[in-house]
Design a binder for this molecule. Sequence first.
Ligand code: NDP
Length: 505
Amino acid sequence: MNIATDISPTIDRVSSALQEWLATPRSMLINGDWVKAESGKNFTVYDPATEMPLASVAEGDSADIDIAVRAARHALEQGPWGRISPSERGRMIHRIGDLILENLEELAQLESLDNGKPFSVARAADVPLAADLFHYMSGWATKIEGKTIPISSLAAPGQYHTFTRSEPIGVVGQIIPWNFPLLMAAWKLGPALATGCTVVLKVAEETPLSALRLGELLLEADVPPGVVNIITGFGETAGAALAAHPDVNKIAFTGSTEVGRMIVQAASRDLKKVSLELGGKSPNIILGDADIESAIQGATDSIFFNQGQCCNAGSRLFVHESIFDQVVEGVSANAGKVRLGVGLDQDTDMGPLVSAVQHERVTEYLKSGAEEGARAITGGSAHGDRGYFVKPTVLVETNPSMKVVCEEIFGPVLVANPFKDEDAMLKEANNSIYGLAAGVWTSNIAKAHQISNQLKAGSVWINCYHVFDAAVPFGGYKQCGWGREMGQAVLSNYLETKAITARIS
Ligand code: NDP
């Protein structure tokens, strides 16, 4: 690529400092230094709104993963990291959150350019939530505690003193996707640092830029060399090498269910610990007594936020038959008003999908829905002839065996179904290989809780949707993965429990 002549014109809309940053081939962060790939190769990162190059990035592979894992092992066992007090570690993590906020505008511009999402969304959600995550996790650094345990077997009272220590699990390999690039990096790095682990982070090939900028902020926060190593490269090479590396103690992965299975297979060779955050096909349920205006807005946002590229998107809408037509009309009217455009344009409500691959995947689903008899009330096709845009779509007249109903689309496509009988609806809502999230809209709070208890989902939102907080655990039932992100719950992903028994008399 000739970065000077072929670069996407959208770059003109960002600060000159960021333009210069983008024009410089980006290296990987290994052992505190910015380094090129061992192979010398780079790959091009594209702007999904224009399909034109944005930046050139090092193409890390198994050789670079190996060097990064060695750096992480050294940092864990011989570097200053293990000697830093928990409160100093906490302050360092807090400082990362502060630095993210200090660079909010620039990070939001970068995220919008790279992923395609509206700048306003990156500025209001992705970047501040990433900062929040580090701020929240900084508090845990001083609260990683064990227990004292009174034991009975073989022991006269008082003969032994038994206690547990919670120790960092070790060198962690983390593999993240492209839908919330900076936020996913924060979700992974925050708890790993709070628990005292060291990390090799493999970022998505589509959206590596904000994590590389975050790497610069980690150095500014004085995170010691080797504690966080950031590798850019492809899943089949760099990602697979990380998942299989014999000196990695744990893999934390977010992405597709298919690759999640590959990670488990690769990790099984040496029985690494694994946590997984995978797909979803979440039900959003509107009862007949719901506040209809807020339910319509909630249903709209639950599926179209982030171009529908959310694992927890409310992609299956169940509406009581008494208000079905009104709700579908309302959501479709909202969808029709959505302004598609370049993320950095002020009046853009929805950007492009992240890549040509994702665009093809989503439009194939739209074709299959039409072939199987689903009817599009609005949308139903790609938009424009440049950029990976898809029109926000509402499908009706579906049945549970259709691909659009049972498979994760990961695009702005809602499947709406009327229901009469609540029990039958709940059975259908739970009829999925996934169980990540769900929404319930009703003015009957007792009913809302009864339904929440019956839903097989890791998150249930009542009269709201997409409400995330660093303090609240997130993850799913069934094939959504293993373990939880965020909250106190995530810490166990990164800790080993050691029981120590001392004979004291
Ligand atoms: P992937 O699961 O392929 O990508 C997620 C991450 O895994 C990326 O960093 C990717 O690298 C890496 N990866 C890919 N193959 C391997 C491998 N063999 N070993 C180790 N790491 C690997 O998701 P896609 O980007 O292909 O998206 C496909 C579908 O996955 C979406 O349509 C959606 O349904 C789902 N998805 C779910 C997400 C979630 O939040 N749970 C997020 C993103 C996607 P690289 O980028 O180089 O491919």
